[in-house]
Design a protein around this ligand. Structure first.
Ligand code: NAG
Ligand code: NAG
Ligand code: NAG
Ligand code: NAG
Ligand code: NAG
Ligand code: NAG
Ligand code: NAG
Ligand code: NAG
Ligand code: NAG
Length: 854
């Protein structure tokens, strides 16, 4: 074992959070307050349900939330993990976290609330049956039922129909689930275990399908309920079409920037359950205070406040609002009572110009490390509220116990020492009151892992074991401060998350969530460690400590008896290095060829266990995301012959193929426009283009002659999938003979049977004999954007199909041309090589080795 110490005095390099995210406090202008006052009188609610972030109708949501002033929610079954990413290289759960935050950013604009189920977006799905099978229909149905029982919507709206007109299988599945849940939520026999968590059966009045006209598909008709949602709201200074454009433009990872629409916007609704509305979504539903016994009085009180509202001095409404608060408090417990109490309190705070913050100057806190918090309060009124005490709360029950334990040991730090609870802080008009408090986190403080990533997911679902977390868009803040403040004689609990606040010289004052990091981080330096033909696989582990401590940790790697390693277990001393790289090797013991396994690494001290590292994702339009992937890598025993050495790689939309080729033993040179000359290309045994390269770069079409000449002279050109034969400005020229690309033709079942159509073709035999075993263990899918209508010069090597579809021969086409070969590969090498799939390496090696003709 070798420990490399990087730097004499090692210190943490913290990623500076430079994203422009504005969790900037929303405005509280008199117009905002007036709108909120009106909303107080509305007790109606709508839940919109669809499958993905960006499926929601972005102009309809603000219309419902701000014009009709209903409580409005959007339940997106998935977090959009399987979509594209126009912003960066994040895929899968990382993209899901970005799109979660994009939805929340959109909701801050349109005023709706956001919910999710446990469904994972596993990629394109051709029909609802496949989607429901992969998701585990009963579990996702229970999630939709749970959200309905919690939210208690009067009306449910689906974006999609239950049939093929929905397009994507996830879309129709979302409508199937919503319609089943509409009934199941009301049925006491369905998911009765949920009743242990405080919900009751809930019957929504009706469920509607918000029909659409997407140009190619028009499902609207004049006999449906029709509403113009394009109206202008002078309190907002905008129409709902404009707000919708702003909200939709938050879906930046999807390239969904949209104009602010003015003018009429017609929406149509057709009933799929419950009774049919004829004039408004809420026909025959009481949506005012009359729906609560004893509520009529509150309605009158609110009307009086609205009638006397003074836009110059909203503070004058505070005493009457406090009376309203007390009147609502006296009503029977329930959803609406709780919701309206919070709304009244928000309005009181806004009218009083009350600013309450709990902030820290550190972007994160570390398990066992220190956290310094400033509590800052300023009231901009002559009400003189009284701050009586502050309680610090952790989001986790573990933490609550910790606090209790500390309390028992007589260090009652959750009532900060500096705050003498017998002294009352009277807030003077526009005077800061600020209190500092700092404490040491427990070394067991849970890290800020998004709750749906805490346990490994299955193919179609996240594993969430706490029922109360299901449905939530994101974690509760790690720490919350609850300020007890007396306003106009009434005690209010004002809750604020502890946030990281800083001022960026270019961007101004910014807020970010406070992340809790693990004490020790571990990571492998590569996703795959490859043993080539029984040679040792070199592996490197990165270990670092986030706090200065003198502890020693026992580091252990987890792998099977098919391997041996000189670094199975070793000690790591923080004192020696806070940041260490440990390298060693793995020797294969298995007699079997071409196998892979996943390995992991942990560090222990006593019964504390560490097994992950910190990753942050920062974009300007969303808060910085922090999560903790588990330290893992693939150990691959690859038995492979390689012919040819030098490969020229023309990068496409971003893939990890060059790294994989390097690990296979090739020398890879990345080529751009200017490098693609006849003279340069001569030096390469093969040229490989990255995914979608021809769609992205016009220059590849301009270099068609050079590339084809290279093939003619004996080179092998391997083109990975492109979406179609279009460049940004015209028609792409790809192969030496014509073929078309069918963007809808895919084989999404990663275990689809593969038929060898030309078993004697060199690509399946030389230098590696390819067998069906080489198609085992593939991930996610087989082939995408397949070739069709190929010229007769092409040979189709493989046949495969999804269940219920005809076999297609467009996944791998090869044509001899001159002395060389042209290959079009729809097969998803770009997914298999980074996943360490041995058979994919071997087939790629054969394509690179295709023999010269004559
Ligand atoms: C005032 O702004 C805060 C954000 O700082 C927001 O949560 C609250 O809803 C606003 N209040 C009103 C009445 O608009
Ligand atoms: C969509 O179809 C409905 C019913 O056939 C028709 O009234 C409407 O004009 C169509 N909309 C457009 C934009 O074609
Ligand atoms: C009041 O506190 C704020 C931070 O909440 C600070 O920016 C400001 O400078 C303080 N004002 C005074 C007069 O101390
Ligand atoms: C509280 O902490 C902040 C940030 O560290 C510091 O700027 C300020 O001076 C402190 N205030 C008091 C009253 O100690
Ligand atoms: C070793 O590899 C063989 C063949 O892949 C496999 O069947 C066996 O389960 C592996 N042994 C262990 C301990 O994982
Ligand atoms: C390019 O694609 C279009 C349809 O998108 C098709 O009609 C045409 O035949 C294709 N041409 C070639 C050379 O592949
Ligand atoms: C692929 O895997 C699924 C799920 O495990 C299974 O139901 C199906 O039969 C498999 N297909 C083939 C062709 O083996
Ligand atoms: C498609 O492929 C599967 C195996 O992947 C096979 O079982 C099935 O019979 C094939 N054909 C059809 C029409 O489903
Ligand atoms: C692929 O299959 C189609 C339909 O069976 C056939 O017409 C075509 O010739 C095949 N293509 C090649 C390149 O073999």
């Amino acid at each position: 074992m070798k420990v490399v110490i990087t730097g004499v005095v090692s210190f943490l390099v913290f990623i500076l959070h430079s994203s422009l995210f504005a969790q900037l406090p929303a405005t509280n202008t008199s117009a905002d307050i007036y709108l909120q006052l009106q909303k107080l009188n509305v007790l109606g609610s709508v839940l919109y349900i669809a499958a993905h972030p960006d499926d929601e109708n972005n102009a309809l949501l603000p219309y419902l939330a701000k014009e009709k002033q209903y409580r409005t929610g959007y339940l997106s079954l998935t977090r959009g993990d399987g979509g594209q990413n126009l912003l960066g290289s994040e895929q899968g759960v990382e993209l899901g976290m970005i799109r979660t935050q994009e939805l929340l950013a959109a909701r801050r604009i349109d005023g709706a609330e956001q919910f999710f189920s446990r469904a994972y977006e596993f990629g394109f799905s051709k029909n609802s049956a496949e989607a429901l099978r992969t998701w585990d229909k009963e579990k996702i149905l229970s999630d939709v039922v749970w959200v309905i029982r919690q939210f208690q919507p009067d009306v449910i709206i689906t974006r999609f129909p239950t049939d093929a007109r929905a397009g994507h299988g996830h879309h129709s599945a979302s409508a199937i689930l919503a319609n089943e849940a509409f009934k199941a939520a009301a049925d006491p026999a369905k998911f009765p275990e949920q009743f242990n968590y405080g919900v009751k059966p809930w019957q929504a009045k009706r469920i509607l399908w918000n029909t659409f006209n997407f140009g190619n598909a028009n499902t609207t008709s004049e006999d449906q309920l029709k509403i113009d949602i394009g109206g202008f709201n002078p309190l907002l200074g905008k129409s709902y079409g404009e707000i919708g454009g702003e909200a939709r433009s938050m879906h930046k990872s999807q390239g969904e920037g949209r104009p602010r629409r003015k003018g009429q916007v017609l929406e149509y609704f057709t009933t799929t359950g419950g009774d049919t509305p004829h004039t408004s979504l809420m026909d025959h539903i009481a949506i005012d205070w009359k729906r609560l016994p004893g509520g009529e009085k509150v309605q009158q009180m609110i009307n009086t406040v609205i009638d006397h509202f003074n836009i110059q001095q909203p503070v004058l409404s505070v005493p009457a609002l406090v009376k309203i608060y007390e009147a609502i408090e006296a009503l029977p417990a329930g959803n609406w009572r709780n919701k309206k109490l919070q709304e009244v309190q928000d309005i009181i705070e806004a009218c009083a110009g009350l600013s309450v913050e709990a902030i820290t100057q550190q972007p994160f806190a570390v398990q066992g490390g220190n956290l310094a918090i400033s509590f800052a309060v300023n009231d901009r009124s002559d009400l003189h509220p009284i701050l009586t005490h502050i309680v610090l709360q952790s989001s986790t029950s573990a933490r609550q116990q910790e606090l209790m334990a500390v309390k028992q040991h007589d260090k009652v730090f959750w009532l900060p020492a500096q705050l003498d609870t017998t002294v009352q802080y009277v807030l003077d008009n526009n005077k800061n009151v600020s209190l500092n408090y700092s404490f040491t986190l427990s070394d067991r403080e849970p890290v800020s892992q998004p709750y749906w990533l805490q346990y490994p997911k299955t193919e179609g679902m996240f594993d969430v074991r706490d029922q109360l977390l299901i449905g939530k868009a994101e974690n509760d803040p790690a720490f919350t401060a609850i300020f007890s403040i007396q306003i106009a004689g009434k005690q209010f609990a004002v809750k604020r998350p502890i946030q990281y606040k800083y001022t960026d010289p270019a961007k101004g004052e910014l807020y970010q969530p406070l992340a809790i990091l693990p004490g020790i981080e571990l990571n492998y330096m590569s996703d795959n460690f490859i043993s080539l033909n029984n040679s040792p696989a070199k592996a490197e582990i990165h270990i670092k400590s986030n706090i200065a401590d003198t502890a020693t940790y026992r580091v252990q790697q987890q792998f099977s008896a098919n391997w041996s390693s000189d670094q199975k277990a070793f000690d790591y001393s923080v004192k020696q290095s806070r940041d260490a790289y440990v390298s060693g090797s793995f020797n294969p013991l298995s007699k079997e060829n071409n196998v892979k396994e996943e390995i992991g690494v942990t560090a222990r001290k006593g019964n504390l266990l560490y097994d992950s590292y910190t990753k942050t994702i920062a974009y300007d339009h969303i808060p910085t995301i922090t999560y903790f992937p588990r330290a893992k890598a693939n150990l691959v025993k690859l038995d492979i012959q390689i012919i040819g050495k030098r490969i020229g790689y023309i990068a496409g939309a971003g893939d990890m193929i060059p790294q994989a080729l390097t690990q296979m033993g090739y020398e890879v040179v990345l080529l751009t426009d200017k490098d693609i000359t006849a003279a340069n290309l001569q030096a390469f045994d093969a040229i490989v283009t990255g995914v979608r390269a021809y769609n992205m770069y016009d220059y590849l079409t301009a270099k068609y002659e050079v590339l084809i000449h290279y093939v003619q002279n004996g080179g092998n050109l391997i083109v990975q999938y492109n979406r179609n034969n279009q460049t940004t400005s015209g028609r792409a020229k790809i192969g030496p003979y014509a073929f078309t690309i069918n963007s809808g033709s895919r084989v999404t079942e990663e275990n689809a049977t593969v038929h060898f159509l030309l078993p004697d073709h060199p690509a399946l035999n030389y230098p590696n004999k390819i067998t069906v075993r080489d198609f085992e263990g593939w991930v996610q899918e087989r082939s995408t954007y397949q070739a069709e209508q190929a010229d007769s010069h092409y040979e189709a090597l493989l046949g495969m199909n999804d269940t219920g579809e005809k076999e297609s021969n467009g996944s791998l086409l090869i044509a001899k041309y001159g002395k060389g070969n042209f290959v079009y590969a729809s097969l998803v090498f770009f997914r298999q090589l980074p996943a360490g799939v041995p058979g994919a390496y071997r087939l790629m090696a054969n394509l690179i080795a295709l023999p010269k003709n004559n």
